[in-house]
Design a protein around this ligand. Sequence first.
Ligand code: AMP
Ligand code: MG
Length: 469
Amino acid sequence: MQTPLEQTYAAAVPELSVPWTADQPPRPEIVWLNEPLARELGYEPEQLRGPEGIALLTGQIAGTVAQAYAGHQFGTANPQLGDGRAVLLGERLAPDGSRHDLHLKGGGRTPFARGGDGKAPLGPMLREAVIGEWLHALGTPTTRALAVLTTGEQIAPRRGVTPEPGALLVRAAASHLRVGTFEYAAWHLDPEVRERLVEHTIARHHPGADGPLGLLEAVARSQAELIAQWMLSGFVHGVMNTDNMTLSGQGIDYGPCAVLDEHRRGAVFSSIDRGARYAYGNQPGIALWNLSRFAETLVPLIDPEDPNGAVEQATAVLEQFEGWYLAAHSRGLARKLGLPETLAADEVEALGEELFALLEAQHVDHTGFFRALEEGEAERLFEEPAPFEEWQRRLRALGGGQVAEGVNPLYMPRNVTLERALQAAHLGDMGPARELLEAVSAPFLRRAEWEHLEGPGDGGEDFMTFCGT
Ligand code: AMP
Ligand code: MG
């Protein structure tokens, strides 16, 4: 604990942050501490619960900064975003040598707060914790919550009239470098800053990458892997703005996110996503759109002498995104269906497309299907089993159907279950949220006491998340 956090980001690109200290909360209290993650980071949980730990977790330490970034929100450029209610505490070197940003959300207004109050309510901070632990348990790259605290104050409600408990989220991330960080540098700062930013990003996340073009490729490949995993696990991020897309390839900012119950390509859960821009089935295309915005910030660095040539080179990289995505998706789908690794990607995808059409036509639960397949009882999920049985015969003919354990989860943060747990926490009962955190962290092994957490979900088409994050 005594080792102070590092700030290599602020040192490398001081133009992209301002020194800033979070407000001191009146009565901070840890409501959830991620003990396994604490240990991975080299902290003893008991240390973090003590006075020095609370000072760290509430941002009452030296050297913290608020980061500047811009972004495209729902397709529209916003030149001025940034950490409006968050500070970067610093970087922690874990005992295994890995570097992690520790970031505090909900610590009051910063110079980037615009009209916001700088606060965070308890429910959404717990949601971030639950979603992060679930994705992590599935092996999906993600930021994770180290701790959720209440501040001891009531804050203005995001919806309705009842004040909500104010909360803090301490998040660990590979970094908080985002597409929006590059957009800010491109729109407001000298190209020389962007060059330093490229160097810093490469050193930190993609050490094999050769210059800006190599960085574009590495980021595109890591996003292809990430989105493929979201699609396979039925995750709908809900707000894939460029400021919410990391350069490390980790998922970040789980606000109005949700999970599929019934498989539906057009599933949208966020009340503010009226145009269905961030629908489940659009996620790969949106990732490519965001990567194109990233590429635009790099073009002047790729070849300052020949802008047209630079655009062509960047385009050639982006044109490979679909192939990278399909390779990752088919690899993961083959695992979920128990197909041999040697089967060609297009055969896996063809089988997958038919399956997903069947699931959608017969309103079958996405996660429930894969688990039932693994357990040899998927037929029962189809009202009209004949087309499924025909599909299953082909799956078996291709050598599929015997799924390894630890691939298809049983537990997940079902929309309705999660919402109820957050509501209970809001009213002072942390029991359901703790139970859900435990179940999604060990999602593969059935436990009798968690029967009520098994699917299918009953959120259906009407479930909605609100951007009250
Ligand atoms: P998000 O949708 O959480 O990714 O946030 C988008 C932008 O709004 C970021 O610049 C946030 O810092 C800012 N923001 C969100 N909520 C608040 C708040 N309550 N106070 C100040 N800024 C906020
Ligand atoms: Mg964000």
